[in-house]
Write a protein that binds this ligand. Structure first.
Ligand code: D41
Length: 748
C-alpha cells in the first residue's frame, strides 16, 4: 500500500470539507449553490483518492454514507427493507456495458426492460396497512428516513386508502414526490411576492415543502407523486414483473407515470432515452434521465445487488442543464435602437449537450441583482431551445473580493454617451446615426426575412458594406453596383449578381413589411400589420397625431344626457314601428327635445353604417369612449410620431420610395364582395339554434345590414318562433319571410 503524501491528505480533507458544506446546503437547507454535476465531480474526486489510499477512509467520510442526513425536526423511521440507490450511466456505452453484464450473468441474449422517466424529485415510502395509508417516510440515507406522514397526507394524488381489492394487507409503495414545472414557477412567484427566497429548482422546492413543520404550508404546495416500485409486502402477493406490479398499483389508485414502457434489449433502452429526451420540455415535470429495470422479478432476484444499488437497474442521465464555468468578461453589445446589452463571455462549457461560450445578461440591474462579477465561477443553465442563461455566481468559489460590475456609461463602438430613460433598466447609446453599430443592426433588421426579405444579403455582408462605407443607411442598398460588390472580400461575380437580384426583388413588398423594416422602436411585426390596416397609407401614418391613434366609440357631439334621450327614443318599440329608421329622410323628421338636429344626423349616419341594434346602449353613443387602436399602445404611438419627426428618417423614407419600393394599396376589408352585401335583414321571434345576436353577427359578416324595423327597403325578414307583428308587416309590404332553416342554409 502506498504511503499517502501530505498534500494528498490535505486535498482529501479539503474535499470532505467542501462536500460536507454542500451536503448541508442541499439536504438541510434545500438551497444548493452548486450544480449537481459539479457536486458529483467533487464526490468522484474524493472516491478516486480514497480508492488509491483506502487506509485514509474514515467512517465519517461523505463517501461512507448514502443520501442525506436526517433532520432532527421529524422523527426517524427505519425502513423495513432498505431503500436502495441507483447506479448512473452517462453515455450509451455505459448502458451497453450494463446490459452486457446482465446478459452475461443471466446467460441470455436479450432481456426485457421496464423503462421509465427519472423524475427529479425526492424518493419516499408509503406504508399501507389493510389498504389505509399508515406512514410516509423520506428515503433519508436509505436505512433511516424521516416521518413526513402529515405532510404527505396533503398531497392530493396520493390515495389515503387503496381502491378495489386484492392488495396485500401490508404494502409499502415507493416512488418520487415532485413539483410539476407550472406549480414551481407559480410558487417561486409567490415566494418573491412575499419577499422570500425562491427555490433553486423543483426538486428543492419539493424537498422543502415536505420538510415543512406546518402541514398547512405543505398542503398549499403543488406537489405530486408517481410510484416506481414496492418495498415491504406481507399477507398477499404481487405480480411477477415490475410493469405488471405498476399496473396493479395503478388499479388500486396509486399514480404511475404514463410514460412507463416495456422495451426490448439495449436498443430498446437507447431508443426510449432518445424519445423521452426529445419530449423532455413538453413533460409537465422535470426529469433528469430515464431508468431501466430488468422487468422480470425472477431475473432481478438472480442478479441481486452490489453495495446499495441493485444490479438489475440503472439511471441513464440526460446531459445536465446546469453547469459551472468561469465568467471571463462582460462585453456590451449595441442593438439597432442603441440598447446596450451586456453579454457574458464564458469559458466554453457543455450544457444540455451544447457548447456555450456566450450568454445574454439583459441589463446592468440584472447583473447587480445577481451580483455577478468578472472572474466568478457561475452556474450556466440551458433548457431545451432556450438561450443560455447565467443563473448565479457560486459564492463558495469566489476567491478574493472581486470588484462589483459597473457598466461603462458610453457606447463601446462610437463612444457616445450612454443615456437611460427614467424608470427604465436599459442604457442606450446616444450616438444615433453616428454609431456604426446601430447603423449595422438597423440595416440588418431592414434586410431580414420578416422585413424586406432581401435574399443574398446577410448580416456579415451588411457589416462589410458599412465598414467599407459603401452604405450609410438602408436606402443606399438600392444604389449598390455590381463593381462595388465584387470589390468586397469573399464576393464573387455570381454572388454579387445574386445580391443585386435580391435587392431588386425586395422593391415589391407589403406596407406592413416595409413599416416593420423601418425599425421604429416598439413596432413589431404584429403592430406593423395593425397599423398598416388602420392607416392604410404611409402618408396617413406619417401625418398621424396622437389623437389619430384614438378610436372614438361614441358619436361626435353626443353628451351623456342626449345619449340617454336618443337611446330611450330608439329603444321604444312604438317609435321603431312608426319611423322607418333606415331612411335618412325619416331621421330628419325626428325631434327629441334637447338634442340638436345635427347631432341626430350624426347618430343617423352611425346607424346607416352599422345597422340599428335591437337595443341601443347610451354609452355606445356618448362621445367620451375613446380607446387606442387595439394592439397599439400609447408608448408605441409616441415612438412612431417621434420617429417620423426626425428629418433624417423622412429623408431615408423618401429615398427608399424614390428607389422604387412599392406595395399594393390596402383595401377596406368591408369593400370585399360578400354574398349579402347591400341586403337589409330583419330578425324577429326566437331562433332555436342560436341567439338573435349571434345570427345578427353572422349575417353582418356576410355583408348584410341587420335592422329592427321592417320597411319597403327590407330585403327579407327571418322569423323564428312567436314572431309578432313584423311578419305581418313584411307580408303586407310584400317582403320575403324566411324561416330558421332557410337562414341556416344562408350561413357558412
Ligand atoms: O423517477 C425516479 N427518480 C426513480 C427513482 C425511478 N423511476 N426508479 C427508481 N428505482 C429505484 C430502484 C431501482 C432502486 C427501486 C428510483 C430509485 N430507485 C431511487 N430514487 C432515489 C434513490 C433511488
Amino acid at each position: 500500500m502506498k504511503n499517502p503524501p501530505q498534500e494528498i491528505i490535505s486535498q482529501l480533507n479539503a474535499l470532505r470539507e467542501q462536500i460536507a458544506y454542500h451536503n448541508e446546503r442541499y439536504y438541510v437547507y434545500d438551497a444548493p449553490d452548486l450544480p449537481d454535476a459539479e457536486y458529483d465531480k467533487l464526490f468522484a474526486q474524493l472516491q478516486s483518492l480514497e480508492q488509491q489510499y483506502p487506509q485514509l477512509i474514515t467512517p465519517s467520510s461523505p463517501t461512507q454514507r448514502v443520501g442525506g442526513a436526517p433532520l432532527t425536526a421529524f422523527s426517524s423511521v427505519q425502513h423495513r427493507v432498505p431503500m436502495l440507490s441507483l447506479a448512473n450511466a452517462f453515455s450509451p456505452q455505459e448502458v451497453e456495458a450494463f446490459d452486457r453484464g446482465i446478459c452475461k450473468k443471466l446467460a441470455t441474449e436479450q432481456v426485457s426492460y421496464a423503462a421509465e422517466p427519472k423524475l427529479d424529485g425526492l424518493a419516499i415510502s408509503l406504508l399501507y396497512q389493510k389498504g389505509e395509508l399508515q406512514q410516509a417516510a423520506t428515503r433519508g440515507d436509505g436505512v433511516m428516513g424521516e416521518d413526513v406522514t402529515l405532510n404527505v397526507r396533503t398531497i392530493k394524488s396520493i390515495p389515503l386508502a387503496l381502491r378495489g381489492t386484492g392488495y396485500p394487507q401490508t404494502l409499502e409503495v415507493r416512488g418520487e414526490v415532485f413539483m410539476p414545472k407550472a406549480g414551481f414557477v407559480a410558487l417561486n412567484q409567490q415566494q418573491l411576492a412575499r419577499g422570500e427566497k425562491p427555490f433553486a429548482n423543483p426538486r428543492n422546492a419539493a424537498a422543502g415543502s415536505l420538510r415543512q413543520l406546518d402541514a398547512s404550508v405543505a398542503a398549499s404546495r403543488p406537489l405530486a407523486f408517481y410510484c416506481y416500485g414496492v418495498g415491504y409486502v406481507e399477507e398477499g402477493a404481487l405480480a411477477t414483473s415490475h410493469t405488471e406490479i405498476l399496473n396493479q398499483l395503478q388499479r388500486w389508485g396509486v399514480p404511475v407515470s404514463p410514460e412507463v414502457a416495456v422495451v426490448e434489449g439495449v436498443d430498446g433502452c437507447l431508443a426510449y432515452h432518445q424519445d423521452i429526451l426529445q419530449r423532455r420540455d413538453q413533460l409537465r415535470y422535470e426529469i433528469d434521465g430515464v431508468v431501466y429495470k430488468v422487468n422480470e422479478l425472477a431475473l432481478q432476484k438472480a442478479l441481486g445487488f452490489v453495495a446499495r444499488a441493485p444490479r438489475w437497474a440503472i439511471a441513464h442521465k440526460f446531459p445536465a442543464q446546469e453547469e459551472m464555468t468561469e465568467l471571463l468578461a462582460i462585453d456590451v453589445q449595441v442593438g439597432r435602437t442603441g440598447a446596450l446589452t451586456p453579454v457574458a463571455r464564458l469559458a466554453p462549457v457543455q450544457v444540455g449537450g451544447v457548447v456555450v461560450t456566450n450568454a445574454t445578461l439583459h441589463n446592468e440591474e440584472e447583473i447587480q441583482r445577481k451580483d455577478l462579477r468578472v472572474g466568478d465561477k457561475v452556474i450556466v443553465r440551458r433548457a431545451g431551445d432556450v438561450i443560455p442563461e447565467v443563473v448565479a455566481p457560486v459564492m463558495s468559489y469566489r476567491k478574493d473580493e472581486l470588484p462589483r460590475y459597473v457598466m461603462k456609461k458610453s457606447c463601446p463602438v462610437c463612444h457616445s454617451e450612454a443615456v437611460k430613460e427614467h424608470g427604465m433598466a436599459v442604457w442606450r447609446c446616444s450616438g444615433g446615426l453616428f454609431c456604426d453599430a446601430q447603423r449595422k443592426e438597423s440595416i440588418k433588421h431592414f434586410v431580414a426575412r420578416r422585413a424586406m426579405d432581401i435574399e443574398g444579403l446577410g448580416g456579415k455582408l451588411v457589416e462589410q458594406l458599412v465598414d467599407e462605407q459603401l452604405i450609410k443607411d438602408a436606402s443606399d442598398l438600392y444604389k449598390l453596383t455590381e463593381d462595388q460588390l465584387v470589390s468586397l472580400e469573399r464576393m464573387g461575380e455570381k454572388s454579387a449578381k445574386n445580391t443585386l437580384k435580391g435587392i431588386e426583388k425586395s422593391k415589391s413588398t407589403q406596407f406592413s413589411k416595409f413599416l416593420f423594416a423601418l425599425g421604429i422602436p416598439s413596432v413589431g411585426e404584429e403592430s406593423a400589420k395593425i397599423l398598416a390596416d388602420y392607416f392604410k397609407t404611409l402618408p396617413a401614418l406619417m401625418a398621424a397625431k396622437l389623437s389619430d391613434y384614438i378610436v372614438k366609440k361614441g358619436v361626435k357631439g353626443v353628451g351623456p344626457k342626449s345619449a340617454q334621450k336618443i337611446a330611450d327614443f330608439l329603444n321604444d318599440e312604438k317609435n321603431r314601428e312608426v319611423y322607418d329608421l333606415e331612411s335618412p329622410a325619416t331621421w330628419r323628421q325626428i325631434k327629441i327635445s334637447g338634442v340638436s338636429q345635427s347631432t341626430l344626423a350624426a347618430v343617423a349616419e352611425r346607424f346607416q353604417k352599422q345597422g340599428l341594434p335591437d337595443k341601443v346602449n347610451p354609452s355606445d353613443l356618448e362621445n367620451k369612449n375613446s380607446v387606442m387602436i387595439p394592439g397599439v399602445g400609447e408608448l408605441t404611438a409616441k415612438s412612431i410620431i417621434a420617429f417620423f419627426n426626425q428629418p433624417h428618417n423622412r429623408e431615408v423614407i423618401d429615398k427608399l420610395l424614390a428607389a422604387g419600393i412599392h406595395w399594393p394599396a390596402i383595401e377596406d376589408k368591408t369593400a370585399e364582395a360578400r354574398p349579402l352585401d347591400g341586403q337589409v335583414v330583419v330578425l324577429t321571434g326566437t331562433l332555436s339554434q342560436m341567439s338573435r345576436d349571434e345570427a345578427k353577427r353572422r349575417l353582418q359578416a356576410l355583408g348584410a345590414k341587420v335592422t329592427s324595423s321592417v320597411s319597403k327597403k327590407t330585403s327579407f325578414v327571418v322569423a323564428g318562433s312567436d314572431p309578432g307583428s313584423k311578419v305581418e308587416k313584411a307580408l303586407s309590404l310584400g317582403v320575403e319571410v324566411k324561416d330558421e332553416q332557410m337562414l341556416m342554409a344562408l350561413l357558412p
